[in-house]
Design a protein around this ligand. Structure first.
Ligand code: NAP
Length: 483
């Protein structure tokens, strides 16, 4: 299937049920962010190949949707079993390709397997409803409405680099269970991980054409996919910039966007500071902060700020920094450009008077975890998503001020509130404009049976297994007019 030249594997795309090299004869080299070598080449798929894939998905979708839920579920459960077999190989690929440490990469595959199985179960247990017309003035009992959920057609699933397997399967599995065809466009940095998971899916004997995997730069093939008349729904996870672009390009088709964040940790005077520090550290620095739900700013009551900063400093200085293969917490960023961007934010903050507590060292794209205190609102780091291992501390005088600054952000993914007063926690939770509030815990996606959503520039629509199935299907009403 794969071809090897000078020790570098060229991976085919999966088009209309066939693994094939693109007729473009163009490939994209995938560079490991930490081994500094080419891991393999992926295909730059052409527009006619996209057309063929979408046509094949359209054709296969009717038969696929006609299968029973149980039959569709069998393919997905088999996929979960195939991923179990490939777990070590896929985890290694994630580690090599996006620089996630091995333990976390393996957890990502395990979580994906669980998510696929849960999606099957959830879909099996979802059902329509019926309604009589007499509930509305002038309506009658003789009108019986049967409301079923039907597939949308062909779903375009676009995933980001940071969870190349999990955030792809969390779109593909509900789309397939809902009876749709799928066009899967992985992040280019993450495409080999995506290919490996689809190789496992292909081994289940999945009907040909129902899913295609399109590799290629989003900047080149993305608009063509998004604007394609054969696409009936788009599920996208990635940056706010790309998400906004997609929402301008996709006209009159359902769109679910899970985008960037600037999740605040609001720390009240009565917070348990040990618990708070532990959660903030894990939240901010795991996978070098390259997580949408990373803690990206701390808004702390200035009466406890010194104590919290001391605890954070101590914990940061014990974090492991280095190779993903050694299970380091802080690992090289996805590329040098990302590290330059983070460095720019640190430099801007220091130029404007922030206090460097620890960090601000760098070797190529490996950045030491950095804590900045006395960050003020005129600094870019107060507002911009760094996607790197830097944490700004903004000292506040009151809960009201913390909420005001939290809400001044364009983003609205999650927020954490640390307090021992549940009334205060609920009051703050009610006031912050985000999709999810975590009380005495770090922001995080999941467990995957929870709804997951961002508001404002952090997204549109809701994910989580149940909601993803809903968003990839629609209601269909049949009215029986009884005599
Ligand atoms: P990105 O640069 O926006 O890329 C995301 C995906 O969009 C990639 O597959 C990319 O392809 C594709 N793309 C780029 N241009 C496109 C276009 N014109 N049309 C269609 N697709 C296009 O994001 P990223 O750097 O991979 O991921 C990091 C961002 O994702 C962060 O902002 C993070 O907060 C966010 N994120 C959000 C969530 C959430 O659930 N809220 C979860 C994880 C990550 P290429 O790779 O080929 O460019």
């Amino acid at each position: 299937m794969d071809s090897v030249k000078n020790d570098v594997v060229s991976y085919p795309a999966y088009l209309a049920g066939q693994w094939q090299m693109s007729s473009s004869h163009e490939t994209i080299a995938i560079q490991s962010p930490w081994q500094h070598k080419v891991l393999g080449n992926v295909q730059a798929v052409t527009q006619p190949e996209v057309d063929q894939s979408i046509q094949a998905a359209k054709k296969a979708q009717h038969k696929w949707a006609a299968l029973s839920l149980g039959e569709r579920g069998q393919y997905l459960n088999q996929w979960a079993r195939e991923l179990e077999k490939d777990k070590a190989e896929i985890a290694t690929t994630i580690m090599d390709e996006v620089g996630k440490n091995y333990a976390d990469a393996e957890k990502e595959v395990t979580r994906t397997i669980d998510l696929i199985r849960y999606t099957v179960q959830e879909a099996l247990h979802m059902h329509g409803e019926s309604v009589r017309g007499d509930g509305f003035p002038g309506g009658s009992k003789e009108k019986l409405g049967i409301i079923e959920r039907v597939p949308l057609g062909v779903v375009l699933a676009i995933s980001p680099f940071n969870y190349p397997v999990n955030l792809s399967a969390s779109k593909i599995a509900p789309a397939l269970m809902a009876g749709n065809g799928v066009i899967f466009k992985p992040a280019t940095q993450g495409a080999i991980s995506g290919i490996k998971m689809i190789q496992a899916l292909d081994r289940t004997g999945l009907p040909k054409g129902i899913l295609s995997l399109i590799t290629g730069h989003g900047s080149q093939i993305g608009d063509y996919l998004t604007e394609h008349p054969g696409i009936n729904m788009i599920s996208f996870t990635g940056s706010t910039q790309t998400g906004k672009h997609l929402s301008q390009k996709s006209i009159m088709i359902p769109l679910v966007l899970e985008l960037g964040g600037k999740d605040p940790a609001i720390v009240c005077q009565d917070a348990d500071l040990d618990l708070t520090a532990k959660n903030i550290i894990g939240g901010a620095f795991a996978y070098s902060g390259q997580r949408c739900t990373a803690v990206k700013r701390v808004l702390v009551d200035d009466r406890v700020a010194d104590q919290l900063v001391a605890k954070l400093k101590q914990a940061i200085e014990t974090l492991s920094v280095g190779s993903p293969a050694d299970n380091s917490t802080v690992v090289p960023l996805i590329d040098d450009k990302s590290a330059d961007f983070v460095q720019g934010l640190i430099d801007d903050a220091l130029d404007k008077g922030a206090t460097l507590v620890t960090g601000n060292r760098r070797k190529e794209n490996l950045m030491a975890p950095t804590l900045l205190d006395n960050v003020t609102q005129n600094m870019d780091i107060a507002w911009v998503e760094p996607f790197g291992p830097v944490l700004p501390i903004i000292r506040v005088h009151s809960v009201d001020e913390a909420v005001k600054i939290a809400n001044k952000s364009n983003f609205g993914l999650q927020a954490s509130v640390f307090t021992q007063d549940i009334d205060k926690a609920l009051e703050i939770a009610g006031a912050v404009e985000v999709g999810t509030v975590q009380v005495n815990g770090r922001p995080q996606r999941g467990p995957d049976n929870f709804p997951f959503l961002g508001v404002k520039a952090s997204g549109m629509g809701t994910q989580g297994v149940h909601n993803s199935i809903l968003s990839m299907s629609r209601e269909k009403l049949t009215v029986i007019n009884l005599k």
